[in-house]
Write a protein that binds this ligand. Structure first.
Ligand SMILES: *[C@@H]1O[C@H](CO)[C@@H](O)[C@H](O)[C@H]1NC(C)=O
Ligand SMILES: *[C@@H]1O[C@H](CO)[C@@H](O)[C@H](O)[C@H]1NC(C)=O
Ligand SMILES: *[C@@H]1O[C@H](CO)[C@@H](O)[C@H](O)[C@H]1NC(C)=O
Ligand SMILES: *[C@@H]1O[C@H](CO)[C@@H](O)[C@H](O)[C@H]1NC(C)=O
Ligand SMILES: *[C@@H]1O[C@H](CO)[C@@H](O)[C@H](O)[C@H]1NC(C)=O
Length: 590
């Protein structure tokens, strides 16, 4: 920890910095320029007070990665079946070399920190050195960032966090620091996209419908997606990971009851639990998460006996004001990504599904871009990452009204994040037999990420058909989602010892992921590399192995939403999986 008196120098600096904007001739300019700024306090949060100045805060500084452009190029090449590098996924070391900061970045940032009396030798650094963490008193963070920390309280959860509505950095560091956290990323809105019907039935055994038309079970999904009868051949070499945030953990007693009822041979089957950054796993039945329970029941049930891993990542409110403990940072994706970056090749699951989402506009761009780049690293290492598209149709996945938060408060469609990240595969929802788009299926266009070339042809063609409909309500140059879809209604689940029916793109995501995990099993058994990042394969022909969903729509924001149709659409993407066709497309058909 820096001697406190050194921060005095910095206070002088901060005052000076707000003076005349003349750029100094030295490279170490003292001018602070805005790095990130919010037009308004994010919805749901209210100003609550001022944190005591001597309380500590753990600042995490995301340094510019030296060669992300090359990482992205490698990601697309190793994921593109027509490229000579297809399947040659990057090693941990190769990724590390591409994302390690340039020496100049390190020198400049370290001298900035040293100028604030921070001991460079005591910095906490990520594996590749692209993140630095430092614990400082709030008053020092305020002078470093030219910002005012305040306490904000969440309207519905009562959670308290310490944040700023804008922050600044010395001009010469803008090209070397991507993001500092906690600053303008409020979070607290990250939510599981699963919902429960009001019906709680004790006895679903009698009502199981093998066709999925009214009740969805493991059995009907296996029939629907053509995995019935497939026995995994590489269950110890292949793994299926599920992430959990917002305090969720999966209850083992519920899992056992579920298997007893729906897959008796798996009765004693369980999963590996990984706790990250204070992730919870009390196994107290009344604290288990419905999303986590559900995810593990279907992930495991559809891929049994493939190894399953549940990642429970902490970092959510409440913030407990305590002078001795650094304030809670609430940035779960980054904590999870940090953990994953420490793993060796054989420790990373080939398929990982995530059923949590925020409205894109509630995640500041600098934070969203950096998290998305983290997902690209996992894709480059050969992981198929699946995310739910959100449950608000073209509107908010958080259930808020369709207004922009850019200070203009205009009516707009609200895309969800991480669905808008171009380096992940996004799953929308269907219902009914034959399947049609479900009305809550999140779909739309990013305002942060431009359209990746792998999808430009099909998306442009969809937009041509759409004409000027909804012009101004969405960003026609953005990354469009979802990429694919799966069933999403009336999934029978055991939660807190009882049967429940669940729905949401949360149900679709582990389901689609399970089919991909089985395809990876077949590839591994045939001594081939796993699928890795799916989109270049999907958009260049893999889509032919999916069932195109051609009717239904995703209304929201007072509109009828987008319509599903022949080919790709922003409701169900290319559609739902057909496992046998996927195997055939991969040259593994029987
Ligand atoms: C879900 O199940 C309930 C109760 O069985 C039924 O009323 C409803 O129609 C079902 N919904 C769908 C979309 O299948
Ligand atoms: C589960 O474990 C119990 C106790 O060891 C054993 O009696 C039972 O046969 C096992 N069931 C299965 C399906 O393996
Ligand atoms: C289980 O959780 C409930 C609800 O949070 C709590 O009231 C109860 O005391 C907990 N039980 C145990 C044994 O910790
Ligand atoms: C945005 O506009 C709507 C409708 O005019 C209004 O209800 C809402 O309060 C406004 N929100 C803000 C933050 O101004
Ligand atoms: C539209 O998306 C692009 C990225 O494709 C972005 O640069 C631009 O700022 C977005 N426009 C608005 C109004 O958000």
């Amino acid at each position: 920890m820096a001697p406190w008196y050194l921060s005095i120098i910095f206070l002088v600096f901060a005052v000076y910095s707000s003076a005349a904007p003349s750029p100094s001739s030295t490279s170490l300019s003292k001018r602070l320029l805005t790095k990130s700024s919010l037009a308004q306090v994010p919805r749901g949060w209210n100003l609550h007070g001022t944190p005591p100045r001597h309380h500590t805060i753990k600042l995490r500084i995301g340094l510019r990665q030296s060669n992300f452009a090359e990482l992205e190029r490698a990601l697309f090449q190793v994921s593109d079946p027509s490229h000579i590098r297809y399947g040659l996924h990057l090693s941990k070391e190769e990724v590390k070399d591409l994302i390690a900061p340039h020496p100049e970045t390190l020198t400049l940032v370290e001298s900035w920190l040293a100028s604030h009396g921070i001991d460079i030798d005591s910095l906490d650094r990520s594996t590749a050195g692209d993140w630095i963490a430092v614990v400082v008193p709030i008053h020092q963070a305020e002078s470093m960032l030219g910002a005012d920390y305040r306490t904000y309280k969440h309207e519905s959860t009562g959670a308290e966090i310490v944040r700023v509505t804008s922050y600044r950095l010395p001009e010469h560091l803008h090209d070397h620091i991507d993001v500092v956290h906690p600053t303008t990323m409020f979070g607290g809105t990250l939510r599981p996209t699963v919902s429960r019907t009001r019906i709680r039935q004790r006895d679903t055994g009698a009502a199981v419908d093998a066709s999925c038309s009214t009740l969805t079970t493991l059995k009907c999904l296996q029939d629907l997606y053509n995995t019935a009868g497939y026995k995994p051949r590489a269950p110890s070499k292949n793994a299926y990971g599920i992430t959990g945030y917002a305090g969720q953990f999966a209850n083992l007693a519920d899992l056992k009851l579920f298997y007893q009822q729906y897959l008796p041979e798996a009765t004693n089957f369980t999963f590996k639990e990984v706790l990250i950054n204070g992730g919870q796993n009390s196994q107290n039945l009344s604290q288990a998460g419905v999303e986590a329970d559900f995810d593990m029941q279907y992930a495991g049930g559809l891929t049994f006996p493939t190894q399953n891993i549940f990642y429970s990542t902490g970092g959510s409110p409440p913030y407990i004001p305590d002078a001795n403990s650094p304030s809670n940072t609430n940035e779960p994706y980054q904590d999870w990504l940090d953990y994953m970056s420490t793993l060796q090749e054989d420790e990373i699951p080939q398929t990982i599904a995530t059923s949590y989402a925020d409205d894109e506009e509630s995640v500041p761009p600098d934070y969203a871009i950096r998290a998305c780049q983290g997902f690209a690293q996992l894709g480059a290492r050969g992981v198929s990452l699946l995310f739910g598209s959100g449950d608000g149709g073209v509107g908010s996945t958080e259930g808020s009204a369709c207004f922009s938060n850019d200070g203009k408060n205009t009516t707009v469609f609200l895309p969800s994040f991480p669905a808008t990240c171009p380096y992940v595969t996004v799953v929308g929802g269907t219902t009914g037999i034959p399947e049609v788009a479900v009305e809550f299926s999140g779909g739309g266009f990013s305002n942060y990420f431009s359209r990746p070339s792998y999808q430009s042809e099909v998306v442009n063609s969809y937009l041509q058909g759409l004409g000027t409909t909804y012009a101004g309500l969405f960003n026609s140059t953005g990354r469009a989602y979802p990429d694919v879809a799966a069933f999403s209604t009336n999934f029978t689940t055991i939660y807190e010892g009882q049967s429940e029916l669940l729905y949401g793109t949360s149900a679709a995501t582990p389901t689609f992921g399970a089919v991909i995990s089985l395809a990876n099993d077949a590839l591994i058994a045939a001594n081939k590399p796993p699928l890795g990042f799916l989109n270049p394969w999907l958009y260049s022909g893999g889509y032919k192995a999916l069932n195109d969903i051609t009717s239904g729509s995703n209304p929201g924001c007072g509109t009828a939403g987008f319509s599903a149709g022949v080919g790709w659409d922003p409701v169900t993407g290319f559609g739902t999986p057909d496992f046998q066709k996927i195997l055939a497309a991969l040259g593994l058909g029987q």
